[in-house]
Ligand binder design. Structure first.
Ligand code: GTP
Ligand code: MG
Length: 374
């Protein structure tokens, strides 16, 4: 089995990234799509040495990219000394298996890359267990495909008969199923503890505000700067935070204790299965009294990212919850008026979490929202 917990020598990876796009899409749009994948490669510790875009009605059933393109990649990988080939999509087990057999380096899709980044950033037992669970559950058929593929490649020794091989595979499957059950049990007990903690907070009359937003929008920076929670980890990386952290927020003339909860960042095309494994982390959001949607106002894809976050909130059945929009990184915005005009319909609070600007207004907005709710 491949080791997802220890990414291959981070920092030294040379990646070829590939996207299959519909024929109608123009080049600029296509390159924009690949930009996020390039950032993910960077977060993983690699550099993108080549971007390939292939126009196709739909991915090839056999190799995801067309077979001619796959041959080309085989050559390019050797010529350029690439150490990984990453597909900007989700490959089925057989597509993954066939490509892996052809290409002489690590092949992965968006799911696996995100999973490896998660593994790199996991700091608590809960996060590690959730990642392991996602890995076991969803990479499972793919891994068997790959193992079988390598066995075929080496093949011809005649020492292992097909029947024995199958028996071995079945035993491995059973073993993995046991592992999955054991992890689920452990997670359940951790979840019970966390849920107990939340109940206690509620009984004590604490109010919880969950910070949500696209990855890298500045959620942890806000928690750190506004609550003096010094151990919140911030970084110019995607998925820096994988677990919930709480800090208490002091609001003048407000009689109740307000807790601010930092959460995992959202991303477009977040593998739904991975998302499922992190659902318990997101309970802080589903149980919150108020949701603060942090938006990176300096980002070029601001609208798409707001949309992605809203869709995920809907999946979490949190779209009806009281919500406040916060435009962050205003210190980096050149045309402030334009941004304010474009997003006036959200009635946002504008801040710079880094420079601690707009905090008073944010606290007042939170307070007013609570008075509206209660
Ligand atoms: N200029 C500027 N940079 C900011 C601001 N807020 C955050 N940043 C930077 O944006 C980057 C991401 O910040 P984080 O707080 O780690 O973002 P996050 O939303 O917690 O990200 P994930 O945990 O990965 O989802 C860091 O480099 C921060 O220093 C801001 O108001 N202005
Ligand atoms: Mg964070």
């Amino acid at each position: 089995m491949r080791d997802y917990e220890h990414p291959l020598t981070p920092g030294g990876e040379k990646a070829i990234i590939i996207d299959v796009i519909p024929p109608g899409m123009n080049k600029r749009e296509a390159l924009e799509r690949l930009e996020e994948l390039e950032r993910l490669i960077d977060t993983f510790g690699g550099v993108t040495i080549l971007k390939i875009i292939q126009k196709r009605g739909r991915p090839s059933a056999k190799t995801y990219i067309g077979s001619g393109k796959a041959e080309e990649v085989v050559k390019l990988q050797k010529e350029l000394g690439a150490t990984m080939v990453v597909i900007n999509g989700f490959m089925k087990a057989n597509q993954f298996h066939n490509l892996t057999l052809m290409i002489d380096c690590e092949v992965m899709d968006r799911f696996e890359l995100i999973l490896k980044i998660f593994a790199k950033h996991a700091r608590t037992e809960k996060a590690r267990l959730q990642i392991r669970l996602a890995f076991l559950k969803y990479e499972f058929p793919r891994l068997f495909g790959k193992q079988a593929g390598h066995a075929q490649q080496r093949g011809g020794t005649g020492t292992v008969t097909r029947g024995k091989g199958e028996k071995l595979l079945e035993l491995k499957r059973e073993h993995l199923r046991d592992q999955i059950r054991a992890i689920e049990k452990k997670l359940e007990s951790i979840q019970k503890v966390h849920s107990g903690q939340r109940q206690r907070r509620k009984r004590q009359g604490f109010l919880t505000v969950a910070i949500v937003g696209y990855t890298n929008s500045g959620k942890s920076t806000l928690l750190k700067q506004i609550t003096h929670k010094k151990n919140a980890y911030t970084a110019n990386k995607l998925f820096a935070t994988l677990e919930t952290k709480l800090g208490s927020l002091y609001i003048e003339d407000f009689p109740r204790t307000v807790l601010l909860a930092d959460t995992i960042g959202f991303i477009q095309d977040l593998p739904p299965l991975l998302f499922e494994s992190f659902i318990t982390t997101l309970e802080e959001v589903t149980e919150a009294d108020l949701v603060l949607h942090i938006i990176d106002a300096a980002d070029l894809k601001i609208y798409e990212k707001i949309d992605t976050v809203e869709k995920i909130l809907k999946d979490l059945e949190c779209d009806k919850k009281p919500q406040l929009y916060v435009l962050n990184k205003m210190d980096m915005v050149k045309d402030k008026q334009k941004i304010l005009k474009t997003y006036a319909y959200l009635n946002p609070v504008t801040i710079s979490a880094l420079q601690k600007e707009g905090f008073q207004e944010l606290k007042t907005a939170i307070k007013n929202k609570f008075y509206e709710i209660f």
